[in-house]
Write a protein that binds this ligand. Structure first.
Ligand SMILES: NC(=O)c1ccc[n+]([C@@H]2O[C@H](COP(=O)([O-])OP(=O)(O)OC[C@H]3O[C@@H](n4cnc5c(N)ncnc54)[C@H](OP(=O)(O)O)[C@@H]3O)[C@@H](O)[C@H]2O)c1
Length: 271
């Protein structure tokens, strides 16, 4: 691949997992990359300048973007990657907890996007890549709110893309399936647990821990982000990895009843 030079990328949540691999992969192909973490002083990804940012904090996001723009005068690519999970029955979370999850996974994306858009519109160039999930196109029992954040992200991203293409700014969503990271360990527990969901919640967590060791490496997703970031005409959606492609095809083409049965079997739920 030809080296990209002079292009500036910002990757949120670059301290670990998919964001870290993505920031490093973009740096390898020649982007100048600014990665973020709420605590940026740890072990930085290779070739990446780390800055502090909490995507739930308006001022923190504004400061991040103005800091990068003061150094570079442009941002060509924003990768909205920061995100967290929540594993539990839908009835087991308070409204406060649901709001907090949406604050990171959805409003965080909107804050960062709205902070970079003025400079992208002005330059009539830019790409925003949002880290979705296959759980944004299929249901996720015992991760209903996580799935809801990623479904909302799909609707937001595609709508936004229609608006911003007038300014030559495009929006893509990446849809990975299970990816090896500490995502499962970082996934929140519900804050108002109920005994009838105890076993199913534990099974859902166990399923995730079981698949993580053999799940796709974050580099698989990072390569897809690089492909989107360097495409002449980026697509609106990219699945990342074999399992994600299979799920996406099943969702589109399998009869609803077959899909439903298959999902319950995969999620280890009774028929
Ligand atoms: N792993 C999977 O199976 C999988 C599958 C599909 C999609 N995804 C998506 O991929 C993205 C990355 O997940 P991952 O698997 O790489 O998980 P991870 O290893 O837990 O990384 C999450 C990243 O998000 C950052 N973050 C969390 N809360 C934040 C906040 N309030 N403000 C700013 N940054 C915050 C963390 O940074 P600090 O803690 O350093 O601030 C960290 O860098 C998420 O959007 C996730 O939904 C993951």
């Amino acid at each position: 691949m030809a080296k990209i030079s002079g292009k500036i990328a910002v990757v949120t949540g670059a301290s670990s997992g998919i964001g870290r691999a993505t920031a490093e992969a973009l740096a390898r192909v020649g982007f100048a990359v600014f990665g973020t973490s709420r605590r940026p002083n740890g072990d930085a990804p290779v070739g990446v300048t780390m800055l502090a940012c909490d995507v739930t904090d308006d001022e923190s996001v504004k400061t991040l973007v103005s800091t990068v723009l003061s150094k570079t005068a442009r941002i060509d690519l924003l990768v909205n990657n920061a995100g967290i999970g929540l594993i539990g029955g839908a009835e087991e979370s308070s409204i406060e907890q649901i709001k907090a999850l949406f604050d990171v996974n959805l409003l965080g994306v909107m804050r960062a996007t709205n902070a970079v858009l003025p400079s992208m519109r002005e330059r009539r160039a830019g790409l925003i890549i949002n880290m979705g999930s296959v759980l944004g196109i299929v249901p996720a029992p015992y991760s209903a709110y996580y799935s809801a954040t990623k479904h909302a992200l799909e609707g937001y991203s595609e709508s936004l893309d229609h608006e911003t293409r007038a300014f030559n700014v495009r929006v893509s969503v990446i849809e990975p399936a299970f990816t090896r990271s500490v995502f499962d360990q970082n996934a929140l527990e519900p804050d108002q647990k109920l005994e009838p969901y105890e076993k199913s919640r534990a099974d859902a967590r166990a399923l995730m821990s079981d698949v993580m060791p053999t799940a796709d490496l974050p580099e698989v997703v990072a390569d897809v982000v690089v492909a989107a970031a360097t495409a002449k005409h980026p697509k609106r959606r990219y699945t990342a990895g074999k399992l994600a492609r299979q799920i996406s095809i099943l969702r589109r083409f399998a009869p609803a009843g077959t899909f439903d049965k298959n999902l319950r079997r995969q999620m280890r739920l009774p028929a």
